[in-house]
Design a protein around this ligand. Structure first.
Ligand SMILES: [Fe+2]
Length: 90
């Protein structure tokens, strides 16, 4: 069985993947926030606010979807770099 220790240790230095994961987490937070804002605006009969929340939701969902689609590619690219002795540290 191969040892993943060195790869794990290297992953903790992977700023690109960590940054991507943090960004995806933040996008999820933003989506939940705009969904809440939209629900409150509808409950308070504030259609203009609800529409603004919907516009922002579309952008946040698009970004989250892009990240979700590309995280495996980013991780794969990182592994290739790490295995060939390259660093993604700052
Ligand atoms: Fe965002």
């Amino acid at each position: 069985m191969p040892s993943f220790g060195p790869l794990f240790n290297a992953t903790t230095e992977d700023e690109i993947t960590k940054g991507s994961l943090m960004t995806l987490s933040f996008e999820s937070f933003e989506i939940a926030s705009y969904e809440s804002l939209q629900a409150m605006a509808k409950a308070l009969d504030l259609p203009q606010v609800a529409r603004m929340a919907e516009q922002n939701l579309e952008e946040e969902r698009a970004m989250a979807s892009w990240l979700d689609d590309n995280l495996p590619l980013i991780a794969k690219e990182y592994v290739q770099l790490a295995l060939t002795g390259h660093s993604t540290k700052r």
